[in-house]
Design a protein around this ligand. Structure first.
Ligand code: FE2
Length: 357
């Protein structure tokens, strides 16, 4: 057993000891052997419990991955770039054939050619750097789908999914927005605010995508991910207003990769933001009940780990350097500021405004 600081990263861990009301009422809140849910964590936070004992083997972010992350961006690989571009062109062709209602028999070809790109993304640590560089505005939908696919695969790996599941999840990411091909380009690329009617029409891309994919011989999980990737845990999403576990797990992961990539990409209506702004948005998504906390914290820990040693700009206008990432609040790391170590978890009045790249 191991004593761990309470955080949403403990979701799915198994309690190694009973948890009792620390105020001494004698009330047993949770019992030994219980698998923690996000609701349990919220309950324990309410009781101001700061640590719990969990079974040790339930480790989610392996040391190997953390090590890999530390080497992030050290090495740009031409071969990966080339297969990425090639795959991008295939995705483009597939999506265009959907737009023209052509026979979609090329799907198998696209998915099988996609395997080496995914493998490259999972095995090499510079993925995020490459994605950040190539996130231009041209061909946004295709590029976005390929990025979401690769990011979903990385998240799946961090969450400890099997290789088959990671591949399926990445394929679901690749096809999640395919329904956009059934929506007029004038709406998709409109500059400025959408009218209510246009916004409603865009929302149909989830249902259209589901219908298109139902016509293809691909796993149901990929079809339902396209349908449910705009659902939110609190029921505020679309098209069905599903809540919590009603939302398929792949869709919960893709929603997070989707949001991250959208914020970090140039669009008709906004310039791309720094990854740090995206990390902040994802964390807000935990507190407003939109995103799965375990997935967000695992992913943001991974993202921020890539910035250890980088200079950051704080809200007080000062520059500091990221020294260490905490698992419970990855967006509030240990910093070196004017020769002194500052733990942002304890200095709540300070926050990182941006990473200086
Ligand atoms: Fe979408």
């Amino acid at each position: 057993m191991i004593q761990k600081q309470l955080s949403y990263l403990l979701v799915n861990d198994i309690l190694a000891k009973d948890v009792e009301d620390p105020r001494g009422s004698g009330l047993q809140l949770l019992s030994k052997g219980h698998r923690l849910t996000p609701k349990d964590i919220s309950l324990l936070i309410k009781y101001e419990i700061t640590t719990v004992h969990v079974e040790e083997e339930e480790k989610k972010i392996s040391d190997a991955i953390i090590h890999q992350v530390h080497n992030l961006w050290s090495n740009i690989n031409q071969e990966f770039n080339e297969s990425y571009i090639e795959n991008l062109n295939q995705v483009k062709q597939l999506f265009n054939s959907v737009a023209l209602n052509e026979d979609n028999s090329s799907i198998d070809q696209v998915l099988s050619n996609f395997a080496p790109v995914l493998e490259g993304a999972l095995n090499r640590s510079y993925l995020l750097h490459v994605l950040h560089k190539i996130r231009g505005f041209d061909d946004y939908t295709y590029r976005h789908c390929l990025n979401v696919s690769l990011l979903s695969g990385v998240i799946g790996k961090l969450l400890g999914l099997s290789l088959d599941e990671i591949t399926e999840l990445s394929q679901a990411g690749l096809l999640h927005d395919i329904g956009k091909m059934k929506i007029s380009n004038d709406i998709i690329n409109k500059q400025g605010r959408l009218t209510n009617d246009e916004y409603n029409r865009i929302q149909f891309h989830t249902t259209y995508g589901y219908e298109v994919l139902q016509g293809m011989a691909i796993p149901t999980k990929i079809q339902t991910a396209a349908l449910a990737h705009h659902e939110r845990l609190d029921g505020s999403g679309y098209p069905l207003g599903l809540k919590g576990d009603e939302i398929p797990y792949y869709a919960q992961i893709i929603a997070i990769a989707d949001t991250y990539d959208a914020i970090c990409s140039d669009r008709v209506y906004h310039k791309k933001e720094s990854p740090y702004i995206a990390i902040e948005e994802l964390n807000k998504g935990i507190y407003n009940g939109h995103f799965n906390p375990q997935v967000v914290l695992t992913f943001t820990h991974f993202l921020i780990s890539g910035y250890v040693g980088y200079p950051v700009l704080l809200n007080n206008g000062k520059r500091a350097k990221i020294m260490l990432i905490h698992t419970d609040e990855p967006q509030r790391p240990l910093l070196l500021l004017d020769g002194e170590y500052i733990d942002l978890r304890k200095k709540r009045e300070l926050h990182i405004k941006d990473i200086i790249l």
